[in-house]
Design a binder for this molecule. Sequence first.
Ligand code: FMN
Length: 242
Amino acid sequence: MSGVTGVVCAAVAGPADAAAPSHAFSDAEQQAVYRAIFERRDMRHFSGGAVADDVLQRLLSAAHHAPSVGFMQPWRFIRVRSRPLREGVHALIEQERVLTAQALGEREDEFMKLKVQGVLDAAEVLVVALPPGREQHVFGRRTLPEMDVASAACAIQNLWLAARAEGLGMGWVSIFDPQQLAALLQMPEGSKPIAVLCLGPVAAFYDQPMLQAEKWARRAPLADMVFEDHWGAPGEPGPEAG
Ligand SMILES: Cc1cc2nc3c(=O)[nH]c(=O)nc-3n(C[C@H](O)[C@H](O)[C@H](O)COP(=O)(O)O)c2cc1C
């Protein structure tokens, strides 16, 4: 655990148990939740192996217990087991990787050096897709239709955190053409893939986001993200998260 993360964990642990509300988890449980959050990483290096069926079931169940707009549950998971299909997914990602690099202009070479997926090496590949018929769900989506994607992203984050707690790495790949991926996996009209998840054992977890280690981007100060009353007015974000 990094020093900065340790500071945050100590801060959230709070005062003695006697002062904690009865609904709070125990200190150890709180530490575990925050540990999963701070030590989750987007992984692109996998060490093969396998994910046991019962573990995969727990992870999918964790995903399925995510919040969703109007309790819409707009997530579908396609476990890609066939090797030729997995290679097809990989080919689509490679194709889009080149187009993304070209679109980046002056950062093209820098981008091409980054590892942006581990589809061929991960124990499991899961494609997460939005189902058809989403237009019937108006609750919470009349003005913000993108809340379906937001809900599915909550499911993916649940899976990601649970995987970290189980000692498994996960990477979210979104560098693909959704229509081509939908065709490859015979998805129905109106559905839309939003993620290719690479999941499985890893040799080690990165100790910081790989894009930060590679100097592509770095985490912004929390104070720049939190306002009070009006946009731009500094707020009280509490302890700095690194
Ligand atoms: C919606 C979404 C899409 C992403 N797509 C990709 C991707 O296509 N390729 C990739 O290498 N990382 C992808 N990532 C992972 C991010 O690069 C990563 O979360 C970020 O660099 C921070 O690192 P961390 O997750 O280890 O904290 C994606 C993450 C999210 C949330």
